[in-house]
Write a protein that binds this ligand. Structure first.
Ligand SMILES: Nc1ncnc2c1ncn2[C@@H]1O[C@H](COP(=O)(O)OP(=O)(O)OP(=O)(O)O)[C@@H](O)[C@H]1O
Length: 252
């Protein structure tokens, strides 16, 4: 693992909406094959940051480089190519209810890779369902799957375009503790198998601890705490960071 190769480099990034300053000079790196956990209260600006990363919003100032390219300066075609390298795994799995698992997986593939044969498409779908441990669900409808299974299929579908960066949006939200553990393991297995670099947005500190190499806590528009779980949380002196820890491990 080459820890030092940066896939994302954010410098002094600022973004406001009218008087509301959301990002006030954010600095952050994501290294190749790293799992970086991003924590922050609701409304702290995590989604805004991700949207700037994929070119859905533009910063007011500062720099957002992905694979060395300043996202805000990319032409439409290059931006589309960049987006294909970034897989977004949505909180609600975002499966199409009227399609089978196979059709859900086929959809992004057929849309984005026109030259694949039926056999290649099937092979890719089967390989990914295998790697998330759910080959038997291929002909099932999303309504027949559990919450944890839906999340796994959502991850498999995101992986089908071979993204280099995975964005996990609250991957364990709404799951029981055992299924959370399974999803956390899946996040680690995905990195191992597909060599992805990942940003895991979560409020769940068990997920953060199990999946993250580094924690980044977004506080008042900046990343104030950066380090391993042990460095950031157990002995935090900042009350804002302490409150995350207390909420997850003491009050729950
Ligand atoms: N397009 C927009 N126009 C105006 N305000 C916006 C826009 N997008 C986000 N905001 C504001 O920016 C702030 C940060 O929002 P953001 O969605 O990034 O929060 P978040 O940290 O992702 O929260 P959550 O954990 O609830 O998803 C919020 O106050 C939100 O209302």
């Amino acid at each position: 693992m080459n820890q030092r190769e940066k896939v994302v480099e954010i410098r002094d990034l600022k973004k406001a909406f009218g008087d509301l300053e959301v990002l006030k000079g954010v600095d952050l790196d994501l290294f190749k094959e790293e799992n970086l956990v991003v924590l922050g209260k609701s409304g702290s600006g995590k989604s805004v940051l991700i949207k700037i990363m994929v070119g859905l919003l533009t910063q007011d100032s500062g720099s957002m480089k992905v694979f060395g390219q300043e996202v805000s300066r990319l032409k439409k075609r290059d931006l589309n190519a960049l987006r294909l390298k970034i897989g977004f795994s949505f909180q609600n799995s975002a499966l199409y209810d009227s399609m089978t698992v196979r059709e859900n997986m086929e959809f992004p593939l057929v849309r984005n890779e026109k030259n694949l044969t039926r056999a290649e498409i099937s092979r890719r779908i089967e390989e990914l369902l295998d790697s998330v441990g759910l080959p038997q669900t291929i002909n099932q409808m999303p309504s027949e799957l559990s919450g944890g299974q839906k999340k796994r299929i959502g991850v498999a579908r995101t992986l089908i375009l071979n993204p280099e960066i995975m964005l996990y949006d609250e991957p364990t939200a709404g799951l029981d503790p055992i299924t959370c553990g399974d999803i956390n393991n899946l996040i680690l297995e995905v990195r191992e198998r597909y060599k992805t670099s990942s940003i895991v947005i979560t409020h769940d500190l068990t997920c953060a601890k199990q999946t993250g190499d580094r924690m980044a806590v977004l506080l008042d528009g900046q990343f104030d705490a950066l380090g391993t779980f042990e460095e950031v949380f157990p002995n935090a002196e900042d009350d804002r960071i302490k409150s995350f820890y207390d909420y997850n491990f003491i009050n729950s």
